[in-house]
Design a protein around this ligand. Structure first.
Ligand code: NI
Ligand code: MN
Length: 225
C-alpha cells in the first residue's frame, strides 16, 4: 500500500503506513501549497535539485523532523553544511533504504541554490515503496533514455512536469509517457507561476488518447494505490 499526497508544484508526500517521505517540499512562497512547512511530519526528504521551487523548505523540515535528506552529492553536502542530516548519492546510483530502493536518474536541467552555488547535476528519481515503483522526473526536458528507464523499471506511477518553459510542456510529456510506459501518469510543475501555466486536463486527454491512464491530483489530494 502506498498513499500519495500532492502538495502542489513538484511536491509529493509518500506514505507506506510506516514511513513518510516527501519529494521537493516547496511550500513557503508557493501560492498553491495546501500545507505549511511546520505541519509536515516526515522521515525522509528527497530532492531532485537545488532550485528554490524544489529545495524549498527542505532544510527547516529536515531539522524539525530529524529527517534524512537524500540528494546528489553536491546538494547533499550543501544541506549537511546547513546542519541537516543527509545521504549523498549520484545519477545512476541506487540504494536500499528501509522504505525500499531509491535510484537517481538524469534530468536535463540546471541546479544552483539561491546563492548561485553549483549544486551538482539535477536529477529525477525512481523510488520503490509500498509495493509501487514511482518515477518523479524532477525538472527536465524530454530525453529518449526515458524509454530505457521504462524498459528497466516497471513504473507504476510517473510524475512528469508539463508546465513548459523550464521543463517539458504537455506534448513532450505525452511522449515521455509513451517512453516510460507507466500504469499511471501524473502531471506536475504547472500553474504555480504565470510562466508555467498549463492545463492538466489537456495533458490527461492527450495521454488517454494514447491508451494510457492519467490522474490529475487536486492540490492537497491524497490517493491510495
Ligand atoms: Ni528547476
Ligand atoms: Mn522547478
Amino acid at each position: 500500500m502506498l498513499k500519495i499526497s500532492y502538495l502542489s508544484h513538484s511536491c509529493f508526500l509518500l506514505d507506506d503506513g510506516k514511513i513518510k517521505l516527501i519529494i521537493d517540499p516547496f511550500l513557503t512562497g508557493n501560492p498553491n501549497a495546501t500545507a505549511q512547512a511546520g505541519d509536515i511530519k516526515v522521515d525522509y526528504i528527497v530532492l531532485t535539485h537545488a532550485h528554490s521551487d524544489h529545495l524549498g523548505d527542505a532544510i527547516p523540515i529536515s531539522k524539525a523532523n530529524n529527517a534524512l535528506i537524500i540528494a546528489v552529492n553536491e546538494l547533499a553536502n550543501y544541506v549537511a553544511s546547513e546542519g541537516c542530516i543527509a545521504h549523498n548519492m549520484h545519477i545512476g546510483g541506487g540504494r536500499d533504504f528501509d522504505f525500499g530502493r531509491l535510484q537517481f536518474t538524469q534530468a536535463l536541467h540546471g541546479s544552483v541554490n539561491n546563492s548561485g552555488d553549483y549544486m551538482g547535476s539535477p536529477a529525477g528519481v525512481i523510488i520503490n515503496m509500498g509495493g509501487k515503483t514511482i518515477y518523479h522526473a524532477g525538472d527536465t526536458g524530454l530525453f529518449y533514455d526515458m524509454k530505457m528507464l521504462g524498459e528497466i523499471n516497471k513504473i507504476d506511477i510517473a510524475m512528469l512536469p508539463i508546465g513548459d518553459n523550464f521543463t517539458m510542456g504537455i506534448d513532450d510529456a505525452v511522449y515521455a509517457v509513451e517512453f516510460l510506459n507507466p500504469k499511471l501518469a501524473v502531471p506536475m510543475h504547472y500553474n504555480t507561476f504565470g510562466v508555467i501555466k498549463a492545463d492538466p486536463k489537456k495533458f490527461k486527454s492527450k495521454v488517454e488518447a494514447k491508451g494510457k491512464q492519467c490522474k490529475v491530483f487536486e492540490y492537497g489530494e491524497t490517493c491510495e494505490f
